[in-house]
Write a protein that binds this ligand. Structure first.
Ligand code: G
Ligand code: G
Ligand code: MN
Length: 406
């Protein structure tokens, strides 16, 4: 039976939680003092822990820190009697340390909601097990180098829609690895490897070539569809990137403003001086620049002001929660105002519901991207999407933009 560890200094509550855990088909281990939990050390790397944040000896935040120093990959259910913002910041902290958050619960705990959480968690543990064993392919540098040489990387495109008019205003390019044996591999499983192995320059270069080829293909059909490409922190410390981009675009005879370079907020925090140099030159050459996953890093406002961004993409974690979480909504609202004050177009990523889209429209956000509008699409599916959505598309030499609503 799967073990669940409960750490809560209030003995009665801990025992009650223990009963719910047992009823849900897990083995409950109760601790009223976190130091004992670590002394006994009965937990493994993938343990599930129900953790109270407010404890007198060692508190929940200290537990998170200690787990991280042991390189644990534990899954946490956090509890607190404080307000939701304390739970949210503890969540962010845990995630930054590589721990997984199952959920956060406000005290007093609703036992039926805890049971529901445990039920879902048990299912996800069961689903996960076969993957974590031998069927899960973990690529190495040789595999990736080979994929690059044999053109196994392809791109998916995700439409971006003008919230006020419903027009297609661009699409984000997302790389995929079509492995001949292992099927489709997602970027989270190889971008990190590309960065560490020094293959990221080559990877970005391939993705840029594929993106430019797509822009040209759309243009040949009379469609003007700007594309955005993600680059990593390593790319923006390579001084040749602006020249490489300029060479590629000149060669294709395209307008550079049709290509947006997306840089994550956290990538900027590295070597700021070098990246400022590179980003400024990318803009001077006519490309557009976007700050991605905004709100998850810690860039200062003055830093943001110094880099000539055209576009700000609010991180999907806030967008996905804004219809149920007033704090997330406040962050989105503030990002929209900030972006507009700094003359940037504001994009909301991760729009999954109509309610979210309506809310974003009310807040004056410019562009939406997300599953509610379309998932990322393969080249063929994207063509089909364009055919079905021709009323949304801006044609070349046609200033009369579509006015359909979403
Ligand atoms: O759809 P999705 O699973 O594609 O993307 C996962 C993550 O991978 C996102 O953070 C996205 O920014 C990143 N990503 C997707 N394509 C590329 C790419 O071509 N280069 C880099 N550096 N990151 C990418
Ligand atoms: O980090 P970046 O913002 O570049 O990556 C975008 C990521 O978000 C990709 O992995 C993409 O597949 C994913 N994505 C796009 N739309 C949605 C959405 O509506 N919901 C969720 N959960 N993910 C999305
Ligand atoms: Mn992106």
């Amino acid at each position: 039976m799967t073990e669940i560890f409960i750490i809560d200094d209030e003995e009665q509550i801990a025992e009650m939680l223990g009963e719910v855990v047992s009823l849900s088909g897990f083995n409950a281990n109760i601790y009223t003092d976190a130091t004992v939990f670590f002394e006994e050390g009965k937990f493994n790397d993938n343990a599930t822990i129900i953790l109270d944040l407010n404890m007198p000896n060692m508190d929940g935040v200290e537990v998170i820190r200690e787990l991280s120093s042991k390189s644990s990959k534990a899954s946490l259910i956090l509890m607190s009697g404080y307000d939701m913002s304390v739970l949210r910041s503890a969540e962010k902290l845990a995630q930054a340390h590589g721990l997984e958050i199952v959920t956060s619960l406000m005290k007093p705990i609703q036992l039926d909601s805890l049971m529901e959480v445990l039920d879902t968690h048990r299912k996800s543990l069961n689903d996960y097990q076969p993957l974590s064993t031998n069927s899960h392919f973990v690529p190495n540098t040789t595999d990736l180098a080979q994929a690059l040489n044999q053109d196994e990387l392809i791109i998916f495109l995700q439409p971006q829609i003008d919230i006020q008019t419903g027009a297609l205003v661009g699409s984000e390019v997302l790389v995929r690895w079509e492995h001949p044996q292992h099927g489709m591999i997602f970027p989270d499983n190889f971008i990190g490897l590309a960065e560490q192995s020094g293959l990221i320059g080559q990877l970005t270069s391939k993705v840029l070539d594929m993106a430019i080829e797509q822009i040209a293909a759309h243009q040949a059909r009379g469609y003007k569809i700007p594309l955005s490409v993600n680059v990593s922190a390593n790319n923006i410390s390579s001084l040749e990137l602006p020249e490489e981009l300029a060479d590629k675009i000149t060669h294709s005879h395209l307008d550079p403003s049709l290509l947006t370079i997306e840089v994550t907020e956290s990538a900027l925090m590295g070597k700021l001086v070098t990246s400022l140099d590179i980003l400024t030159r990318i803009r001077m050459k006519g490309f557009a620049l976007s700050i991605d996953d905004f709100g998850t890093g810690f860039s200062s406002l003055s830093q943001l002001h110094r880099v000539p961004f055209n576009e700000l993409k609010v991180d999907k974690s806030f967008i996905m929660e804004m219809d149920t979480d007033s704090e997330a909504k406040a962050i989105v609202k503030t990002c929209i105002v900030l972006g507009h004050e700094l003359n940037m177009t504001v994009v909301a990523e991760g729009v999954e519901t109509e309610a979210t889209l309506t809310m974003l429209k009310e807040l004056g956000c410019d562009i939406a991207q997300g599953y509610f509008l379309s998932r990322p699409l393969s080249e063929n599916d994207y063509q089909d999407w364009l055919d079905l959505n021709s009323h949304r598309i801006c044609m070349i030499n046609n200033s009369d933009k579509s006015s359909e609503t979403v």
